[in-house]
Design a protein around this ligand. Sequence first.
Ligand code: HAM
Length: 423
Amino acid sequence: MSKLRTVKGMNDVLPGEIERWHRLEGAFRDWVERYGFQEVRTPIVEHTELFERGIGEATDIVEKEMYTFTDKAGEGKEGKRLTLRPEGTASCVRAYLEHNLQGQQPVTKWYYLGPMYRRERPAKGRYRQFYQAGCEIYGDPGPYVDAELIDMLVGLLRDVGVQDVEVLINSLGHGETRARYRAALLDYLRPHAAELSPDSQRRLERNPLRVLDSKAPQDQAIAAGAPRILDFLSPEDAAHFDELRAALDALGTPYTVDPHLVRGLDYYTRTLFEIRGRGGDLGAQNALCGGGRYDDMIAQLGGKPTPAIGFALGIERLLLAMPTEAPQPRLDAFLAAQRPEDRPDLLVLARALREAGLRVETDLRGNSLKSQLRRADKSGARFAVVLGEAERAKGTVMLTDLTQRNAERREVPQANLAQVLRR
Ligand code: HAM
């Protein structure tokens, strides 16, 4: 029989690793809630059409990376086409419209955390199931909120110890700008078609902007000479971008304007940004987070025209970029019973400590004290607490600090134990 394994590109996260995830997720929640974002949880599975219409049919994601299947249907009915979500933005917009939240508040600020699915070629920092933490804002046309969002991200990264980053920004303008730019780009690229990579040749007519962020060296050489979208912006788009930069300057947030930044999703308008990590263990997958404005999507999916902006950051990538810290004691105390018959009292004591908010582990199998203390040593607990016959009679326990070499045992009244452990 073959060994059972995870699906390619999908990973288990085990105890020992998960603590860093908790720290990062906690820091993310705490940080974005300071800016007024509220959590939303949408299903992992959606109707395929949502992503086709929301993300765009000519994107890599929709063309070839989605996990799509036909749901079982009743007799004589056709099964629905469903897809594991490849990102969170389209789902959030669907929820925003489905629950008629438009108009309830002038500005809605949401955040989410969870797994996403893309059938990409797995590599370090690139997986088929990966976790994103993201934010979306509906109802503010920017550009000040755009600057605040980018600055919030830089602050969050600094808060989790990732300082060595580069913030890239660009503007894609609105519909008309895009159409004029697309035409100019095609005029430039067509004569070079034969020199482009096979992927870019295939994309050329359908989605020429994607050629600009191709990683293939022959494409990059051609892209370097391509017209710049910033030269095509309408006066309103250009003013929006100027104000964004002035706001970032006022915040003191360093950034680089990258006129070839396009990113892989079709829904973006105006502000576009990406934050890349330079240090840590990142390797080639150095895009820690990306986002931008998508002012047309809500109307395209059937809502009243509403401006929107958001971003998502890749949890696994950020974990690669984050410094590793010495692990903290996982438990406050490990309780051991001197004799098997001391276990009922041990249960009572352990429960009281947990009710007092302490993290407590026990070994209830009736093993020798020596074996329990060996487990206590390995458990990552700060203290070992022994409950024996003599102590039971006096209402005390014996306490050893496991973080100190050759620490003295000391007797502590049970009534004071929670207080002592908390210190
Ligand atoms: P995205 O650039 O496709 O944007 O993904 C955002 C981040 O998710 C990336 O910067 C990266 O850190 C992480 N990521 C993407 N694909 C993978 C993968 N296969 N393995 C590991 N990490 C990955 C979006 O998804 C947009 N929804 C962001 C957004 C929100 N725009 C507006 N609102």
